[in-house]
Design a protein around this ligand. Structure first.
Ligand code: 9MR
Ligand code: ZN
Length: 570
């Protein structure tokens, strides 16, 4: 039995505020003093395909007084949550700040890290795999996840999520996050991304090739990072790493142009060098771990999506500089002609970033023909996702088969796609005849409901009853597969980490043993540190979630003093 709610909270003026219950009938909303402030009925029973149970939707949208509440029926009560203005501010900022705790190559100091301090880690030079006697100074960057590896493709994707979130919803990134650079005049999200970008620059070779990753030979035991003294290796160049690096640097060159010219120029030069490498190496250079090494592979079967993203970003950067963008556009056109899908924003498939680049470009450099291809696919996928949202009681854009390793990023990446669709429709509304404008507005509202449902799920409205963000929600998960948390002797993990989440095909020993075969996918979750296939955290699961909360905060703040301030900084 359960009453499942977004344990963080709901916007005061939201027309719908959704919970899911396991019993039909009457519910009340009560405040801390036990006073009833709303009464209502659960909706019709739904046999839910994601968790395999018969459940009931409950909407208390007309409860519009700010405060702290819980839902209750005759037998049970929900976790408490807030109804308020900009309720996601805290969790949003914590999810960005969490990246600071992954900084490698520096000490974490108490004034920024509170109790989660440690000495400078991974300070030694790295070896270059396969090149005897060649070493590399590559300190810095973020530890990728629960392990201490640092990898180019997930790093690029993380920065991609964050820079586009900042571009589209700058009002969601105004608060200072108490990181070493806070107050230097640059938004802290840019300060934090710079820490990763500076490291990425070190992984580029003189010929423009970029090492796929920088990790030890095998994952470290559960020790603090400064105790992990195994040698680190720069692993061979892959074309995915080069293309993602190129795209990310070109994007960042635009994003930092107005705040740090010199840094932007360095990234632009690096992007151009890697583009040259891509031209000279038109065939895919894929990556597999050398025999015996067990650190993250981040392998792929194609580099077409990475090259597409690189072409899109290079085109926009060239146009901004008044340089010729034809060859990039030709590259873009050529890959698009293969019928590639352009709707994902994960580390395997980055083609959605090309769509994001082209469709949020106010200069419309790509021209109508190319823009139409992107626009059409994005809107078609958005409609498919919105339809999925009508097929389960959680109103989410998920199917049973979508609960994979890191399913929470599937959840949030779908939020990103829907947010992009909202941007496209919004941009088209001006100048539309009235009936069409109304139709577009209704479509935006529909997409936004699904984005909200994705966030509600992440924050507790799900069958596990956990909020999947540490420190946020009365029943937030507490045992991430994270070496620092395991080794620091502190009970509470640092706040703001998104768990990988339920995985219908568990991949770690404990999960395989404890979760019976045939368990419905949303139930395949354990809050156990050992469960790396269910409960690890990563930089890119956080950044994807940050995009979604940035969107929702942007909507919540719209029309207020701190509302939309569209800066076209990239
Ligand atoms: O996030 C990755 C997930 O999509 C894959 O299914 C999984 C297995 O290959 O690997 C995940 O990435 C891990 C990476 O290889 C090493 N750092 C931790 C990552 C999260 O578990
Ligand atoms: Zn480190």
């Amino acid at each position: 039995m359960a009453i499942m709610v977004n344990q963080v909270g709901y916007e005061t003026n939201a027309a719908s505020k959704k919970a899911v219950t396991s019993q039909p009938g009457s519910y009340v909303l009560k405040n801390a003093a036990g006073e009833v402030i709303w009464k209502g009925q659960a909706g019709d029973a739904v046999q839910d395909p994601l968790c395999g149970e018969t459940l009931y939707p409950l909407d208390f949208g007309d409860a519009k007084t700010a405060g702290r509440y819980y839902l209750e029926n005759a037998e049970e009560r929900s976790d408490t949550f807030e109804i308020g203005k900009d309720v996601l501010a805290g969790v949003h900022n914590a999810m960005v700040k969490a990246l600071y705790f992954q900084r490698c190559g520096c000490a974490l100091e108490e004034k920024y890290a509170g109790p989660y301090i440690h000495a400078a880690c991974h300070m030694a030079d790295s070896r270059v795999y396969g090149e005897e006697g060649h070493s590399l100074e590559a300190r810095g960057g973020w530890h990728d996840a629960g392990d201490y590896g640092r990898y180019i493709t997930p790093g690029a994707v993380t920065v991609g999520h964050l820079l586009y979130a900042y571009k589209l919803y700058p009002q969601s990134f105004r608060e200072l996050l108490n990181i070493p650079e806070s107050g230097n005049g640059m938004a802290d999200v840019l300060n934090e991304c710079r820490y990763e970008l500076e490291w990425m620059l070190k992984l580029q070779r003189k010929d423009g090739g970029v090492y796929h990753k920088l990790t030890a030979w095998r994952h470290a035991p559960f020790v603090m990072p400064e105790e992990d003294l195994d040698p680190f290796y720069a692993y061979p160049v892959s074309s995915m790493a080069v293309a993602d690096f190129c795209a990310c640097m070109a994007l960042a060159a635009r994003a930092y142009d107005s705040v740090d010219r010199v840094f932007a120029w360095r990234m632009e030069a690096a992007a151009k060098l890697s583009w040259q490498w891509l031209e000279e190496n038109p065939e895919p250079v894929l990556f597999v771990n050398p025999q015996g090494s067990n650190t993250g592979e981040y392998g792929d079967s194609t580099d077409a999506d990475e090259r597409l993203w690189a072409a899109a970003e290079m085109m926009l950067l060239a146009a901004r500089r008044g340089e010729d963008s034809q060859k990039y556009m030709a590259g873009l056109r050529q890959i698009l002609a293969s019928g590639i899908a352009v709707t994902d924003f994960g580390w395997t498939d980055v083609a959605g970033f090309a769509a994001m680049a082209v469709l949020t470009d106010f200069r419309q450099v790509a021209g109508e023909e190319i823009r139409d291809i992107f626009r059409h696919q994005v809107l078609e996928e958005a409609d498919r996702l919105a339809d999925l949202g009508t097929r389960n009681v959680f109103a989410m854009a998920m199917e049973a088969g979508d609960f994979c390793w890191g399913s929470n990023m599937v959840v949030t990446n779908r939020g990103i796609l829907l947010a992009l669709a909202c941007e496209i429709l919004q941009a088209g509304i001006k100048g539309m005849p009235r009936d069409q404008a109304q139709e577009a507005a209704a479509r935006i509202a529909r997409y936004q409901e699904v984005i909200q449902a994705q966030a509600d799920y992440l924050l507790g409205k799900n069958i596990t009853g956990y909020s999947f963000v540490t420190g946020y929600g009365e029943h937030a998960y507490r045992h991430p597969h994270l070496r620092t948390t395991a080794a620091d002797g502190i009970d509470e993990p640092m706040a703001g980490w998104v768990s990988g989440g339920p995985n219908g095909k568990p991949g770690d020993e404990l999960a395989i043993r404890e979760i019976p075969a045939g368990t419905p996918p949303m139930k395949c979750y354990l809050d156990r540190e050992e469960c790396y296939s269910l409960n690890e955290m990563t930089i890119y699961w956080n950044s994807s979630a940050v995009f979604v909360t940035a969107f929702l905060r942007g909507r919540a703040l719209a029309g207020t003093d701190s509302g939309r301030i569209h800066t076209d900084h990239c």
